[in-house]
Ligand binder design. Structure first.
Ligand code: ADP
Ligand SMILES: Cc1ncc(COP(=O)(O)OP(=O)(O)O)c(N)n1
Length: 266
C-alpha cells in the first residue's frame, strides 16, 4: 500500500511554504499527502499580509475525519498560531494514538511575521513535545525554546540536549542560518549525528524548513529509520534549494520534483 502522511499546518497562498510545500514534498517523495489546515495566511514572496486562524472545532474535525477513515503513516506539524490550536491538535492526536510525529516548531516566517503567539510556547513544550518522534527547530526557534542563544555547533548540541529533556525522542537542530556549511545535527538522547552540505548561495529559500520537516515525515511514513529519514530529507532539501528559483519580487521558493527522490538512491 502507498505510504500516507498527514500535515497539520497553515496555508501559504503563494505555495512556497506551509501546507502547500508539505503536500508537494510528500508527493515528490512518493507519499500520499493529506492535510488539516490550522490557519490561512495571505502570503507571497515578499511577506505575510494577513493571518486568519481557523476555529479549534474545524481543526479537530479535519484530523478526526482523516484518522477515522485512513491509516496515517506519519504526521507533520507546522504552523499552530495559538495556544488553543496547539492544545487541540495535541488532544486530537492523542485521541487517535497518532504515530511518527514530526514537529516543526514554526515561530516566525523568514519575512519576519509571527506565526506562533509567544504564549503558545508552553503548550507546544508541554503538550506536543512529549508525543513527538522528532522536533526540528532552526537556530532562532531552538534559542527561544531553551532560553539561550544558539549560534554555534556547540550551542546546537547544548540546545538539543535541553530540548530532548522535554520529551521528544529525537531533536534535529537545523543550521541553515549558520555561517559556512549547512549543518544540521540529530540527537537521540545519547549521541549526535551531523548532516552537512555545502551552503548554496541563493536568496530563494522560501519554505526550506517546511520542506525539510515534511521530507522527514515522508521517510518515517515509508518506514525508514530516523537517521535514514533525516538523510533522505537532507538530500531532498539540498536539491530543492539548488533548484530554487526566482518567482515574484522577493524570496522565491524551493523546487520539488520526483527526480530529486530518485537520485537519493536510498
Ligand atoms: N543556503 C542553504 N544551502 C544549503 N542548505 C540550506 C541552506 N539554507 C537552509 N539549508 C538547509 O535547509 C534545511 C532547513 O533549514 P533552515 O533554513 O534553517 O530552516 P527554517 O526554514 O526553519 O529557518 C536545513 O537542512 C538546512 O541546513
Ligand atoms: C503558512 C506558513 N507556515 C510556515 C512558514 C514558515 O516556513 P519556513 O519553511 O520555516 O520558512 P519561510 O517560508 O518563512 O522562509 C510560512 N512562511 N508560512
Amino acid at each position: 500500500m502507498l505510504a500516507t502522511a498527514l500535515t497539520i499546518a497553515g496555508s501559504d497562498s503563494s505555495g512556497g511554504a506551509g501546507i502547500q510545500a508539505d503536500l508537494k514534498t510528500f508527493s515528490a517523495l512518493g507519499v500520499f499527502g493529506m492535510s488539516a489546515i490550522t490557519a490561512i495566511t495571505a502570503q507571497n514572496t515578499l511577506g505575510v499580509s494577513a493571518i486568519r486562524e481557523l476555529d479549534e472545532a474545524i481543526i479537530a474535525a479535519q484530523i478526526a475525519a482523516v484518522f477515522e477513515d485512513i491509516p496515517v503513516g506519519a504526521v507533520k506539524i507546522g504552523m499552530l498560531s495559538s495556544a488553543a490550536i496547539t492544545r487541540t491538535v495535541a488532544a486530537t492526536l492523542r485521541q487517535y494514538q497518532a504515530k511518527s510525529i514530526v514537529v516543526d516548531p514554526v515561530m516566525i516566517s523568514k519575512s519576519g511575521s509571527r506565526l506562533l503567539h509567544p504564549e503558545a510556547m508552553t503548550a507546544l513544550k508541554e503538550q506536543l513535545f512529549p508525543m513527538a518522534d522528532v522536533v526540528t527547530p532552526n537556530l532562532f526557534e531552538a534559542g527561544e525554546l531553551v532560553g539561550f542563544s544558539v549560534n554555534t555547533r556547540n550551542d546546537m548540541e547544548e540546545a538539543a540536549r535541553a530540548l530532548h529533556a522535554l520529551g521528544p525522542k529525537h531533536i534535529v537542530v537545523k543550521g541553515g542560518h549558520l555561517e559556512g556549511a549547512a549543518c544540521d545535527i540529530l540527537f537521540d538522547g545519547h549521541s549526535f549525528v551531523y548532516f552537512e552540505n555545502e551552503r548554496i548561495n541563493t536568496i530563494h529559500t522560501h519554505g526550506t524548513g517546511c520542506t525539510f520537516s515534511s521530507a522527514i515525515a515522508a521517510g518515517l511514513a515509508q518506514k525508514l529509520s530516523i537517521e535514514q529519514a533525516v538523510r533522505q530529507a537532507k538530500y531532498y532539501i539540498t536539491g530543492a534549494i539548488t533548484h530554487g528559483f526566482s518567482l515574484g519580487h522577493g524570496v522565491g521558493p524551493t523546487h520539488h520534483f520526483f527526480e530529486l527522490y530518485q537520485k537519493a538512491g536510498l
